[in-house]
Design a protein around this ligand. Structure first.
Ligand code: ADP
Length: 584
């Protein structure tokens, strides 16, 4: 705190103003009362002396009057004047009566004529100074209405007032000094307290909630401090609540699978979550108030948002995203009217997988009917042919029956595979997982396909690099390996090879590789071969007795055992199926 402090200057100015006003008022009243008192005492003195002199004047002859007035003036210490009833000055202790004008209109004379005594304080032209006059009516040698007037200069009065003024000034100087000290002290104390309040309030504005509350002193500043303390506590709670809310909201939105996008009426992004960024392939986090156009260029999306903004009605619509991802989205957009600016919030639901699943389901039903129709039509056709007389045809009847049997077997295979699939999907009849060695299961699977391999002239090689244990359903794993080996043999050529290897990967997982030198799989078909009924070459698959369900069973079982399967293939050179399970 310095002497330049504004509070100090204001305190000082206030004190000085108060002192100045007090001086002026005191000066006015004390001056007036002092001069009044002085004038009254002079008047009383002059009146007393006038009465004494009035007793003497009777005995003074007119010729001695001037002389007497001088003597009386010396004794009374005042100017003595005698005026006759016409106003002519008959004697004056200090002046030559010849040069003096008629005095009948002097105020004290007029007053004395009316009231027997008159007083006046005024400037005497004759003496050129302020005088206090007292006049009384006297009888002179039997003649009434003579006036005896005594006058005294009032210099004494001025001196008295000056003395009073001097005292006031001294007292005021002392008061001003005291005011300076008091102003300094109070402004020092107040400035310190106000600075503390200011620092506290600034910390509040910066959301810094200190642990040291303001002291509660018993005055207005203390009350202000208390209310700031309360505000701080409440603000702290509010900020905590809001940040908790926002963390909750952030984590809910971040963990949502659906994309969430909020835009204002200028189509600027006010909020979006990670799923939205992923769906439209843009970086995250998105800077606030970024124009949406810089993120997405989907006219359809803009149409939907604009429509919601214009109508204020919610909207639900399907949207096909252009671009390489080619995703299908379902958008649910609603107006955001409660915020300061109008806007739209949109929830984007990625329905690409749903649509694909729906397609797969429909295809599956169509495929099942189709797969069943072929053998059923064949069985019915050959049965009717036999009934229509071919039964007697000894050359063909056996062949027809064999065809019927082959189709019946095919029907049986399809229904068996479908049954396995539905069991896997419904997760029923799940055997207790057991720990077993992969080599034992693989050897058993190899024995199953051995005969078929021999017929097709395909050589089987088994390479046991490292035997490993896995956990799961042994029977199902054997089925997986039989399916894979069966495909490797079926989609091969005479003289071709199938190489099987078990080993361990770097991270300790069990790995089974079944590689063949067969016909291979075109790269565009690779992602689909695990789908139900998907076959690259339908005729060939049918010829070799395939149902198109083998690989989907394989995938199901492997995933059930928390394993993975992948395929590498080169058309015309062969395929490699790699199955991995975490070792136990
Ligand atoms: P399928 O009963 O026809 O064998 P799968 O589901 O087992 O049905 O196989 C699906 C399709 O994948 C087969 O029809 C075939 O076209 C292809 N495929 C599977 N394994 C091989 C392989 N080792 N070599 C070449 N093509 C294969």
């Amino acid at each position: 705190m310095t002497f330049r402090s504004s509070i100090f200057r204001k305190f000082l100015a206030g004190s000085f103003l108060l002192i100045s006003v007090t001086i002026l008022v005191l000066d006015f009243y004390l001056g007036r009362s002092t001069s009044q008192r002085q004038a009254e005492s002079i008047q009383q003195r002059l009146e007393g002396q006038a009465r004494v002199l009035a007793g003497e004047i009777e005995s003074v002859s007119p010729g001695e009057l001037v002389q007497w007035s001088q003597g009386a003036g010396a004794r009374a210490g005042a100017r003595v004047t005698v005026i006759d009833p016409r106003g002519v000055v008959k004697a004056d202790s200090e002046h030559d009566i010849e040069s003096m004008e008629n005095h009948s209109h002097r105020p004290e004379i007029l007053e004395a004529r009316r009231m027997k005594m008159g007083t006046s304080i005024r400037h005497s032209k004759t003496l050129d100074r302020d005088l206090c006059y007292v006049a009384i009516l006297v009888d002179y040698h039997g003649q009434p209405d003579y006036v005896l007037r005594l006058a005294l200069p009032i210099e004494d009065l001025d001196a008295a007032i000056a003395a009073v003024r001097w005292q006031i000034l001294e007292a005021s100087l002392a008061a001003a000094l005291a005011a300076l000290v008091i102003a300094y002290y109070f402004s020092y104390v107040f400035t310190r307290r106000i600075n503390r309040l200011q620092a506290f309030a600034e910390r509040l504005a910066g959301a810094q909630f200190a642990n040291d509350p303001l002291p509660g002193e018993d005055d207005e500043l203390g009350a202000l401090g208390q209310s700031l303390n309360r505000t701080s506590t409440q603000l702290h709670e509010l900020v905590n609540r809001l940040s908790l809310e926002s963390t909750r909201r952030e984590s809910i939105l971040a963990s949502m699978m659906e994309g969430v996008l909020a835009v204002d009426d200028e189509m600027r992004v006010t909020f979006c979550n990670q799923s939205f960024s992923r769906a439209v392939s843009c970086r995250f986090p998105v800077p606030e108030r970024l124009p949406l156009l810089e993120l997405v260029r989907e006219p359809e999306l803009f149409d939907i948002l604009n429509q919601v903004l214009a109508t204020g009605q919610s909207l639900k619509q399907r949207l096909e995203l252009s671009g390489p991802s080619n995703r299908s989205l379902e958008i649910q957009a609603a107006p955001l009217a409660s915020t300061a600016r109008p806007g739209v919030i949109a929830i984007l639901h990625d329905i690409t997988d749903l649509e694909r699943l729906e397609r797969v389901r429909k295809d599956f039903v169509a495929n099942v009917s189709h797969e069943l129709r072929t053998p059923l039509t064949a069985i019915r056709g050959y049965a009717e042919t036999l009934l229509d007389g071919a039964l007697e045809d000894h050359k063909n009847n056996r062949r027809f029956l064999e065809i019927i049997k082959a189709h019946a077997i095919r029907l049986n295979n399809i229904s068996a595979d479908l049954l396995v699939l539905s069991e896997l999907e419904s997760r029923k009849s799940q055997a207790e997982p057991e720990r077993f060695l992969v080599s034992a299961v693989l050897e058993s699977a190899l024995r199953t396909v051995e005969a078929e391999a021999q017929i097709r002239g395909v050589h089987l090689h088994f390479e046991k690099l490292d035997d490993v244990h896995v956990m799961g359903d042994r029977m199902r794993l054997e089925q997986v390996l039989v399916n894979l080996l069966d495909n490797a043999v079926k989609f091969n050529r005479p003289g071709g090879e199938v190489r099987v290897a078990i080993g361990q990967t770097g991270d300790g997982s069990a790995q089974i590789v079944i590689a063949d030198t067969g016909i291979g799989i075109p790269s565009e078909d690779l992602p689909r071969i695990f789908e139900r009924f998907y076959r690259v070459d339908k005729t060939r698959s049918r010829e070799v007795g395939g149902t198109g369900l083998g690989l989907s069973i394989v995938k199901h079982v492997v995933e059930r055992m928390n394993g993975t399967i992948r395929v590498e293939s080169a058309l015309g050179q062969g395929s490699r199926f790699i199955v991995q399970f975490s070792a136990v």
